[in-house]
Design a protein around this ligand. Sequence first.
Ligand code: SF4
Length: 292
Amino acid sequence: MNCAAGTVRVNRLEGERGICRASIPEVAYTSLTPMLKSYSLTLRGCSFKCMYCNAYCISQYPDSGWMYRGYVQPESMVQEALKSFKTSFARSRDITKLNFTGGELSIHILYLEAVTSRMKEEIPELKIGMATNGFSTLKTMKRLVKISSSINFEIKAFDDEIHHAITGATVGPVLKNVEWLMRKHPEKIRVLRTVVIPSINDSQVLKIAQFIQDINPDVQYRLVGFRPHFMFYYHRGTSKEFMQELVKSCKKLGMKKIDYSGYYPSENGFKKHDNKKGIKRAYSYLNAAGCY
Ligand code: SF4
């Protein structure tokens, strides 16, 4: 089984590990999520090392050293999900969707295909949601899209240098995949989103917005307010005013399908759109953590 990103060739079934450090697909946990009306299945491991990751114990597994559930045979997973859909809790809350989250899902494409095809045999009308950071080969992205009803696609930055500083990976495959998705399967896009980290990547928002506008202005773009996590634990969160201003700026580009969710209840005190300082600041956090 080769790496989904296609940048390194490793045989994970033989115990080799690539950038994502994943071996066999492992389940972190499953849950019934009434708010999303879904049964959620979270898989461990990720192709990125986002400095702000709010799920870093899952995404950076096994390096994070946490204990989670582990490998579950696809058929056992299917039976478990089917059973959960039939519980009185699920029925009373109209839980009818299957959502996959991570970590990054594309690194587990074979497992996802095995589980979703069996689930579709049992429930043909089942809606399947996926979330991705977009970092895979186009071939893997096409397979992910094929088995999904809806996709949350996160674009973390537009400029390669910032993307690399925040995630540890180049932005090229992400932009290529999201462009393909916007052109070929806009109906599958639930939302394109960017987590806005003040003074680190806020300079990227308008560039991403313009990129989306140029390709498909009918796609929904959502800005998500950063909250301190992981390596940015001591970095201030994004205030409501800051988010609102960014939304306003996107609207000035002619963007109609733009909104935001989440903010931090304080002033962030940073100047906006400070591209060079953003990169410098990101690297100073990395230096302090001994990464560079
Ligand atoms: S892509 Fe998502 S799950 Fe992976 S490290 Fe980044 S924020 Fe965490």
